[in-house]
Design a protein around this ligand. Structure first.
Ligand SMILES: Cc1ncc(COP(=O)(O)O)c(C=O)c1O
Length: 403
């Protein structure tokens, strides 16, 4: 049994969790379109039911009340807030002139593929991986080469032997790397990151690290940015994408970062960006992000505690009732990757989840063709939703097992 939520966290949940129905929410208002059933409990899409910190709401209201929304630029105070956050939370020292803006990390994934590769060239990913990684490659006529993660007694691991073999034998231009890794929830250790960076260096593969989930440290493992590995020794060879949007629930405000320490690469990116006429960030996105980084830390630490609680509930309840089901060790992100294989057949996963359990999840099949029995559950929601989803899973899995 999981202990009840503390009074402080209960209050945080009561003050921040909202019903998002009828707010044009993809997660809640498009259930009918996506799954054919508007009444499912939405545990998909990586955003949250938590209202952003009060300081973010206040900053947006104040900016809205200024009443003008003409062309704008990024103020110095924004850079200071972002650089300070990276230093404070992650011990990453950013230089201001490394930073470029975009309107979302997925947009940037598409752009880096377009910028750094030619049609038909090969881009590596480590599947299972957040599906826009492969879409960014395939939609632009490039070729996906997956060096699949290994999943054994040690949990999800990078297959270094296969990565090296692939770099050796396939002409890989680019590695799209997810850190922390969605959907398996790994925070890569510094040693793992250094091993990847060494291979990229040896074989001339450009590494792009999507670090959008960097702030979600769920267990003991601390997040290390590729910018910080070996005291920054590899910073010059990497490109990092991140944003405040996962951390503070700001995805629709369309503001993200592209960080390029190497001057030549940056010049090349700037020339590419000019050719594409890339819009630099969004005014309201930057107002919200600056307020969040400056004044949202206490809010975020409480949110993290609620997510840890939700994960513990899911993990312990499944372990107690259906111990044959494996829940991937959630180190980073707020997305739990669960394998139903011992009880559910690959071809019945969707029917079981939607029709029997009444849940909307991200299916493992979206992340890798091999993961047909996996589901990804979003834990950045109320403990009540997590408990309902977990309890439905437990009841139905037990019934199915005993049939
Ligand atoms: C790894 C990863 N990258 C990018 C995104 C989306 O980023 P954005 O909304 O900035 O496009 C997500 C959202 O789930 C994600 O998990």
């Amino acid at each position: 049994m999981v202990a009840p939520l503390s009074g402080e966290l209960k209050q945080f949940v009561a003050e921040h969790v909202v019903d998002r129905h009828n707010t044009n929410s993809v997660k809640w208002d498009l259930l009918q379109d996506k799954y054919g059933d508007a009444n499912l409990l939405a545990m998909w899409v990586a955003d949250m039911e938590f209202k952003a910190p009060q300081a973010v709401q206040d900053a947006l209201v104040a900016r809205a009340q200024a009443g003008t929304f003409g062309y704008s630029f990024t103020p110095q105070s924004y850079y200071d807030a972002f650089i300070n956050w990276q230093k404070r939370r992650h011990e990453v020292t950013l230089q201001q002139d490394w930073i470029r803006f975009d309107t979302g990390v997925v947009n940037s994934l598409y752009r880096v593929v377009n910028w750094l590769t030619e049609p038909n060239e090969k881009v590596a990913v480590l599947q299972p991986v957040y599906y826009p990684f492969t879409e960014a490659i395939e939609h632009q006529g490039r070729k996906v080469v997956s060096v699949d993660l290994l999943n054994g007694d040690q949990g999800w691991q990078i297959d270094f032997a296969n990565l090296e073999k692939t770099f050796q034998h396939e002409d890989i231009k680019l590695l799209l790397f997810c850190s922390p890794h969605n959907p398996v929830g790994r925070i890569w250790s510094e040693a793992e990151l250094e091993a990847v960076l060494k291979l990229c260096h040896t074989y001339g593969v450009q590494l792009v690290s999507d670090e959008i989930h960097q702030d979600f440290e769920i267990g003991k493992q601390r997040f290390t940015s590729v910018l910080k590995v070996a005291d920054g020794a590899y910073a010059d060879q990497v490109i990092v994408l991140n944003a405040a949007s996962k951390t503070f629930n700001l995805a629709a405000l369309l503001n993200s970062h592209v960080i390029i320490p190497n001057e030549k690469l940056r010049q090349s990116y700037d020339a590419f960006a000019e050719g594409q006429h890339i819009v630099e960030g969004s005014l309201l996105g930057q107002v919200a992000t600056e307020a969040a980084y400056n004044e949202g830390e206490a809010w975020f630490d409480k949110l993290l505690a609620v997510i840890r609680y939700n994960y513990q509930y899911l993990k312990d309840t499944l372990a107690e009732n259906v111990p044959e089901i494996t829940v991937s060790d959630l180190q980073g992100t707020y997305l739990s990757y669960v394998d139903l294989a011992p009880i559910i057949q690959p071809e019945e996963t969707e029917k079981f989840i939607q029709e029997t359990c009444g849940l909307a999840v991200d299916y493992g099949a979206w992340f890798s063709p091999k993961d047909q029995t996996y589901i990804r559950l979003n834990l950045a929601t109320s403990p009540e939703n997590v408990q309902t989803a977990t309890d439905r899973l437990v009841t139905q899995l037990k019934q199915k097992r005993n049939r």
